[in-house]
Design a protein around this ligand. Structure first.
Ligand code: ADP
Length: 720
């Protein structure tokens, strides 16, 4: 059966090989084994349950909390010819009933359901009337209390599955699970002897950075300006910050959108769509944005503030580069941000236990922001994975700065905290060190401390940051509660006694964008991208739904001339080749057919790629196209000539047409099949020669562009 799975991978999705873990997971499911799979974001989880669903008899259920993701996946499946539907709150009552009705008739291979939609009677009906071979549970960490996104509806689901008379296979998928959460998922969902697959958490196409001590506003402006063509997300912790950052970017002329809980549903939906359609380049958002956005070409995710835990950070940052291309994740870090997160935890829902868990997670996040270790290693380590090599491209790996000795400032700060006897917060300590005339400070007589004004040369905010840094390094401790006070830890002693030095690195740089968006934009790539945008708009779907950037880039590089060649491109399966192949090939033809008589649909003809071997080979006396002609006249076919000369077939065909146009002796009967000639002439008379595509559309599939060019040349039809 795994053979069939491989065949489906190629036919349906256009991919040649499975990614790490996919084959084992699919084989496990097809062999009837419950599954727990932990794959990083972008690792390709969907295929792991979609392919088995296609191969197993009946309708598989996919449980997902992500409404817009469901729609995308269902759209994508339908586009490649797989019957699928979804049930969630975005459907109107009538639509909903219709989907249920069709489901019960077994019309779908996959049915996506939001867990809160799956109430008991509904579940009962489906499980009694449908053949359900598999229940795939996406974002399975939502079932665990220990996870960062616990959802009660997932708990209920687990109960129902356990009570099903004819229990299907259950396969659980998540990207973010520590060992503890993984165990919890397995227990909660009552998985039966599951195959557990952990492919690793590393995301080799992401460059992680933590930027400390930067002027955030100018940093952001420069960062975005340096990445003009790229899509990115800027996450901020609060609505107000989102508004501020949005204003900032809009003022500097960036096409930005904003997204947070204070906007209406309609506003949010519209902005999200515009982002997906590449109309908006940068989305500024709170963490409300992103659950379920599956825009594959997000090239960077920049966090304006730190998140409350590493799971959330990695999940949000991980929205960059789902298409596997180089992407960047930048965290702008100010130690004081810890306070914002603390406040959110204190104010948030949850009992004391839950808050304690959240606080310790916050602590780890703080450590991430401060660590000098490889950031990728730090994260995978957090999720329990060892033995991952340093990434070599995160801000820690690239950091060549010498640490600065800050022992003196540390002593000043620590002794001031000591003298304030654990009764005040960071702000008040900073005021004392600054030598502020604050009213409360004076009331408490803190101006009489010997440390008063010791750091008056620094701005108060910088002093506060310095104190938070000492907290994060473990020299100071903050109490819990809404008004945390600061006190010394045991680690402070050796510093105060002069037995330990304090070294600090200050980092404020991110390596220059290496994302390939800017790098490889040839005229053909741009033309294909433009075509994709127009085509997608006409179909009312986001551009990536047609092809990913990587696929477009590969087409631009490989320049396929035939359907078979097109099918060899990663990301093009039978359905897409069928639907778009003709147009793609026409665009490519118009670009690489240098010397062809037809005007191209896309103007920059003079910049058509000059492929190696496409121009005159060194030492040749005569023009390249004449050499081609000689071989043709000696009886060789264009395909053979291409092979012999190391050229593409289309270039060779272009040479021959050019020879014909130049009046050289050429046997047109070898270019134009006899039974097609009259048809082509008729088509040209009907639609003209301004563009090639309409002529092709008039004719049977098997008429080639070469033959059309041949007729135009032979009869002297000229493009206008
Ligand atoms: P996840 O849900 O794990 O974040 P997805 O299932 O959305 O990831 O897959 C991420 C991207 O990788 C998708 O665009 C998908 O088409 C692509 N992909 C998945 N499997 C393969 C594969 N074997 N070869 C190439 N691309 C793949």
């Amino acid at each position: 059966m795994i053979e069939q799975a491989r065949e489906a991978l190629k036919r349906v999705y256009g991919y040649d090989s499975f990614r790490k873990g996919q084959e084992e997971i699919i084989a496990g499911i097809l062999n009837g084994r419950d599954t727990l799979a932990i794959l990083p974001t972008g690792g390709g989880k969907s295929i792991c349950y979609q392919i088995p669903s296609m191969l197993l008899p009946g309708t598989s259920l996919v449980i997902s909390p992500l409404i817009s993701l469901m729609k995308d996946q269902v759209d994508a499946l339908r586009r490649v010819g797989v019957p699928a539907a979804f049930l969630n709150s975005s459907l109107g009552a009538a639509e909903y009933r219709e989907v249920v009705r069709s489901s019960l008739q077994g019309e779908y291979k996959l049915l996506y359901v939001a867990p809160e939609r799956l109430d008991a009677p509904m579940f009962q009906t489906l499980s009694e009337q449908l053949a359900i071979p598999l229940i795939a549970i996406d974002e399975a960490h939502c079932v665990s209390q220990w996870g960062h996104d616990f959802r009660p509806s997932y708990r209920q689901l687990a109960g129902w599955i356990a009570r099903m008379a004819n229990r299907p296979l259950v396969a659980a998928f998540t990207a973010t699970a520590t060992n503890e959460v993984a165990r919890d998922i397995s227990e909660m969902l009552k998985l039966r002897d599951p195959g557990v697959y952990v492919t690793g958490f590393a995301r080799p196409n992401l460059s992680l950075s933590v930027v400390t001590g930067a002027q955030k506003k100018s940093f952001l402006e420069r960062f975005v300006a340096d990445r003009k063509e790229q899509s990115g997300i800027v996450y901020a912790a609060t609505r107000k910050e989102v508004e501020n950052v949005y204003e900032l970017l809009s003022r500097s002329g960036v096409q930005a959108g904003k997204y947070h809980g204070g906007l209406s549903d309609a506003e949010r939906a519209e902005t999200q769509e515009r982002f997906r359609f590449d109309d908006i380049r940068v989305m500024v958002a709170t963490n409300a944005f992103g659950m379920g956005i599956d825009k594959p070409n997000v090239r960077y995710v920049l966090h304006w503030q730190m998140t409350g835990d590493i799971e959330s950070y990695y999940q949000e940052a991980g929205r960059a580069g789902r298409d596997g291309e180089e992407s960047e994740c930048v965290l702008l870090f100010e130690p004081a941000d810890m306070q914002v997160q603390r406040f959110l935890i204190e104010q948030g829902a949850g009992d004391a236990d839950r808050k304690a868990i959240q606080l310790s997670k916050l602590h780890m996040m703080m450590n991430y922001s401060r660590t000098q270790r490889c950031l990728q290693q730090f994260i995978v380590d957090y999720f329990g994975e060892t033995g991952v090599a340093a990434c070599g491209k995160c801000s820690s790996c690239l950091d060549k700065s010498e640490p600065v000795n800050r022992t003196d400032e540390a002593k000043m700060a620590l002794s001031c905290v000591g003298r304030m006897k654990g009764r005040f917060g960071v702000t008040m300590v900073a005021k004392v060190l600054k030598g502020s005339r604050d009213k409360r400070l004076l009331e408490f007589g803190l101006d009489r401390l010997s440390t008063y004004g010791l750091m008056k040369h620094l701005p108060e905010k910088e002093i506060a940051d310095w104190l938070y840094w000492l907290v994060s390094e473990g020299y100071l401790r903050l109490s819990e509660g809404q008004y945390p006070v600061v006190s010394l830890t045991a680690n402070a002693l050796p510093v105060l006694e002069g037995r330990e030095m304090i070294m600090q690195r200050v980092r404020a740089t991110v390596r220059q964008s290496s994302a390939s968006d800017n790098a490889a934009s040839t005229p053909l790539f741009e033309a294909l991208r433009q075509w994709r945008k127009e085509k997608a708009a006409a179909e009312g779907v986001p551009p990536f739904m047609l092809f990913f950037d990587a696929t477009i880039r590969e087409i631009a590089n490989v320049q396929p001339q035939t359907t078979e060649e097109l099918l060899a491109v990663k990301g093009i399966g039978a359905a897409k080749a069928d639907k778009y192949g003709g147009e793609l090939i026409a665009i490519i033809q118009s670009f690489i057919g240098e010397g062809l008589p037809l005007g191209s649909d896309f103007p920059p003809k003079q910049t058509a790629p000059n492929r190696s071997g496409g121009s005159r080979a060194s030492g040749e006396e005569q023009p390249s196209h004449v050499t081609t002609l000689e071989l043709f006249q000696a009886g060789q076919e264009p395909g053979d000539i291409a092979k012999e000369r190391g050229l593409s077939r289309v270039t060779v065909e272009g040479h021959l047409i050019r020879c014909a146009d130049e009046g050289l002796d050429i046997d047109f009967s070898r270019i134009i099949p006899a039974d097609q000639e009259a048809l082509i002439v008729a088509a040209i008379e009907k639609v003209g020669t301004e563009k090639l595509r309409p002529i092709k559309d008039e004719l049977p599939e098997d008429v080639s562009f070469f033959a059309i060019h041949g007729v135009i040349s032979k009869y002297g039809f000229k493009s206008s």
